[in-house]
Design a protein around this ligand. Sequence first.
Ligand code: 16G
Length: 237
Amino acid sequence: MAEQHTKSERLRKHLMDVIDQGLEPHSKLPAERDLATEFDVSRLTVRRALDRLANDGLVYRVQGAGTFVAAPRITKSVELTSFSEDMRARGLMPGSTTLISETVPAGAKLGALLRVSPSAELFHIRRARTADGEPMALEDSYLNPLLFPGLIDNVGGESLYKIMEDDYGLRLEWAQQSIRASVLEPEQARILHAPPFSPAFFVERTSYDARDVAIEYAESIYRADRYHYELEIHRAR
Ligand code: 16G
């Protein structure tokens, strides 16, 4: 039994390599009995290897016709994108107006998130974000000034992620994000040219670099009539 298992694993790995090395999608794999002869194993062993490959989505079977190489899965994981990238992907031109750039004490919550003491100063930048010139979102970003010396005087209309990467060599790797329903408070509504208390998405994001150092905490509020959140998701196997 164990030996059969090892043989089918070996065959499975071999077939994976063959597929990886460039078998075209939808091309036919050799018949079970031919594989059995070629690898000197039983048909059952071949079937086991093919079952695993089918379960992993690498091949598919057509009754009476055989086993075929599956087309590569369209895997689009949920990507960590900037507002600018997000808008460009929708064919819109991103824009930004800085409304506030100041230093504020971190306080308990942000201190814990960005791993600084509650009395340490953080940069706070509030920006109105536009898409094709139309107000779309308000963003409050909090950053550790020790990581971004001089940034506070330099936030113009440019992408913050681009500044982080180009000027400070800091690349974000992953983030924790939550999205919930909200409404625009009158002041937010005024800036976003929307009626007070109209529906909005409230997005909170803490972003980390590859070493899991928290780099930015941000709160964004989006006009719900202009923004929708789209994901491609796959059924868990
Ligand atoms: C996203 C982020 C924000 C970040 C911005 C950078 C949220 C809630 N917002 O909108 O944290 O500052 O992108 O965009 O996730 P930028 O590179 O276009 O300035």
